[in-house]
Design a protein around this ligand. Sequence first.
Ligand SMILES: [Zn+2]
Length: 445
Amino acid sequence: MCDHTTTTPRAEGEGPFAAGAAEITAGRRTLLTAGGGLAFSALAGLGAGEAAAAAPRRFRDRRAYVLVVDGCLPGEIDGGLTPNLRALRDGGLRWPRATSLPVMETIPNHVMMMTGVRPDRSGVPANSVYDRRERQVRELDRPSDIKVGTVIERLNRQGFRTGTVLSKEYLYGIFGGRATHRWEPAPIIPISGHAPDVFTMRAATQMVERFDPHLMFVNLGDIDRFGHTDFTGQTVQVLRRLALAGTDRLVGDFVAMLKRTGRWRRSVVIVLADHSMDWSRPDRVVSLQSVMDDDPLLAGKVVIADNGGADLLYWTGPGDQRARAVTRMRTLAARHPGVLETHDPRRSRSLRLGPEVGDVLVYCRAGWRFSDPDPFTSNPIPGNHGHPATRAIPFFIGGGHARVRTARRRSSPDQAATIDVAPTVASFFGLRGAPRGGYDGTARL
Ligand SMILES: [Zn+2]
């Protein structure tokens, strides 16, 4: 559930873009303009293309570009509409069994990419959670929501330049001012909270040409956006196909720029999705709020954060009734048509979701979606993710760097995951150290 939310509406002057503008006004970041009306900002005290003098000489020439093709299905790369992505994959290293990790939503998987740790350590298990302190359901879109260091800050500290080019407002929000260089999409972003890929890739290209970051992290949101509005009918399938072809062309242009400017042989291009996509008919909706409120024990004491294919249930009643309440919530949810499974995240340790995910996690079956608290208005969009049907993702590493060119195994049976991006980037740049407790992911180069 990327472009749709049940959270409390924001007043004007609040939210991630307003916070970003305030950082610039306060002098914590410097506004840098570039051509075509694009704006970027840099950490205060850092000039436009300032050299990373402290970066180790051996790694200083290297470049890593992480392109997230939001919501792309692995099979779509073979559908004939994405020749540039396919060429990157087939000329590089690939992991056909790669997956998104729970909860299969946009924000937690982007955070896993840059932290290399699971949500029980990062503090970010879903897009939308119930914030017990603030007593409201909200998106995790604040810089302070990430509780651990990212590979972005680790690179900064070791003298590298980093760039974020994030097409979605909440991603811009949660990654905040971490990168040395950041795209400021606020002036051109449409009201949907998502910038079209044509703007995002123009910004990415200018970011490279102007500031030349060692690591650049890019989110391309078009395919996901058209996935959400896909009613599985003819017209909308055409829209998704257009989005796939359009994004692919932009990726092709980006690769051509890397080659033209001599960066290609020094670069790796990591391409993956944060989750895939599943579609549901209007009659295949699970709404659990009224089910909970009809129960004498649970009435008025369960808050639900809807994440499209996953519902997060929070017990707000007395602590000594929690165990009973969890059992009851799971029993009632499991009976509902369209529910795949329920979990008590405190007991299902392998989920590794941490306390922010709430007391019960409910997944829907393929072809269904959640709409909570309201069965009609909370989530009217047919395309969703968050549930196990949306785990499979494309994951491949292209580029002209020797680490890609000379690798012997081109296709790996290993189950790579979003969480592997940070350790892969760290290994590529020879970064010293690791997060306390180590990475949960694996370096794939
Ligand atoms: Zn996404």
